[in-house]
Design a protein around this ligand. Structure first.
Ligand code: IMP
Length: 435
């Protein structure tokens, strides 16, 4: 079972980090393929809390090869801070590899992200303001600075100059900001380069060799399908492709290297930032789910919008990614909510119905979920370790989802702790021996 892609099936924050952490135990390589430090996940290990934005969570297994692929955008300051923190806590990070081709987030990217949002006013996207969009924009404009550029001061200075000059006009309000001084910036990034140099590598061949040996490679996606720049709710999306196809591009392998694609979805839905959300609950129940699920961002601390599970969007995600398995997380958060609802089609403003996810933004922005009622459960499910341990209504809820998508459920999260997870028979091929 060599190539397994893990992707978010909703709007991000589905709990991918915990799933990757569990799979990493027996993976031979974990490689992230897109996004940057707009993502974030928290891992609790032996009562110690670790927060990661860039480093794959597999790093907590000593010596595990964890790579940041070419498709990721890296803020070298954030990365060096993450490395320093792991050092401080005595974690062996000898397995960390960073693609020499990964693009760098520069100070001007962050300023441009802020300025862009301010300019949009009420139309703003609600970005994480980490400079992600402007960095990918420079990559496409061929003005990007890459990890390998940190290792040659002359090249670095030239490239920063070439990238910075065209932005001076847009950055005029920040003209006196010391962050924009070419010499200081070059000096600063050279220093960061020295610190990162031991980890800079050609990461694609590491993936090829691991796959050639028939060993398990976990391709770790960030954000989620509905935030995909091509397939999500554009323009309220991130600037990369969180879908499974991007694993090939962002890690440097061909599609035939991918054997399994697992979509991660919460048992309900959340979204951070602006944009359409057809099953949103803007009432006390939405608040109850937010509190019960701890739905506040790891990266920005923002309260997440909450809603019912949207099966129209989830089935669409299944098609776009080609799911071979579905992981349902945080099922326990729904305990005590009775009845439950899921959306099985969308209703338009003039009585129109949409069975499939609509491509047209005007429809999508006004669509509301047509909800089906399903019975809830009241029993504590955190002790369940097999599907049979779950109350009948919880099993029926999972069956309803799986049948609607035509995809088997491979794992179910029943609580925040590492072991509060059900592995189903369908996960057999990658299930850690100890689980
Ligand atoms: P950006 O990726 O910072 O440009 O933000 C674009 C949109 O994606 C905003 O709505 C963000 O809230 C959202 N977003 C980016 N990263 C994440 C994530 O990891 N989880 C959830 N939403 C995210």
């Amino acid at each position: 079972m060599p190539g397994l892609v893990i992707v978010g099936a909703q709007w991000g924050d589905e709990g991918k980090g915990k799933v990757v952490d569990l799979l990493a135990e027996q993976a031979d390589l974990v490689i992230r393929f897109q996004g940057g430090n707009n993502a974030g996940h928290t891992i609790v290990r032996d009562q110690e809390v670790f927060k990661f934005h860039l480093i794959p969570s597999g790093i907590l297994y000593p010596g595990k090869i964890c790579a940041i692929g070419n498709g990721v955008v890296v803020d070298p300051r954030v990365l060096t801070e993450e490395i320093a923190e792991l050092h401080r806590r005595g974690i062996d990070i000898s397995g960390l590899r960073i693609s020499a081709n990964a693009h760098l987030i520069m100070p001007y990217h962050k300023l441009l992200d802020q300025a862009g949002e301010a300019r949009l006013g009420s139309l703003q996207i609600g970005t994480t303001r980490r400079g992600i969009g402007p960095c990918y924009a420079d990559k496409a404009a061929r003005l990007g600075i890459r990890m390998q550029d940190l290792l040659d001061e002359k090249i670095l200075r030239k490239k920063i100059y070439a990238a910075l000059e065209p932005k001076r006009l847009m950055l005029r309000p920040f003209a006196k900001d010391p962050q924009l001084d070419l010499h200081a910036m070059t000096e600063d990034y050279v220093q960061l380069g020295h610190r990162l140099e031991p980890h800079i590598a050609d990461t694609a061949p590491i993936a090829w060799r691991t796959l050639d040996r028939g060993e398990l490679v976990v391709f770790e996606g960030a954000q989620g399908t509905m935030l995909d720049i091509d397939h999500g709710t554009y323009p309220f999306v991130t600037s990369s492709n969180p879908v499974a196809g991007a694993a090939c591009i962002g890690a440097g392998v061909g599609p035939r290297s991918i054997d399994e694609v697992w979509g991660i979805a919460k048992a309900y839905a959340t979204r951070v930032g602006a944009g359409p959300f057809p099953t949103e609950l803007e009432d006390a129940l939405g608040e109850q789910i937010r509190e019960a699920g701890g739905e506040f961002g790891t990266t920005t601390g923002r309260a997440r919008r909450t809603g019912w599970l949207d099966l129209v969007a989830l089935r669409y995600a299944g098609r776009v990614n080609g799911f071979t398995g579905l992981v349902i997380t945080k099922l326990d958060v729904l305990t005590g909510i009775d009845p439950l609802h899921v959306a099985v089609r969308y209703l338009g403003p003039e009585g129109a119905t949409f069975e499939e996810f609509p491509y047209h933004q005007s429809i999508l922005h006004k669509a509301r979920g047509d909800l089906v009622e399903l019975p809830g459960w009241h029993e504590d499910i955190s002790g369940a370790r097999s599907i049979d341990d779950l109350p009948r209504n919880a099993q029926d809820y999972l069956d309803f989802i799986s049948d609607f998508l035509g995809v088997p459920i491979v794992m179910v999260g029943v609580g925040p702790a590492r072991d509060e997870m059900i592995w189903t028979g369908a996960a057999e091929r990658v299930r850690p021996a100890a689980a």
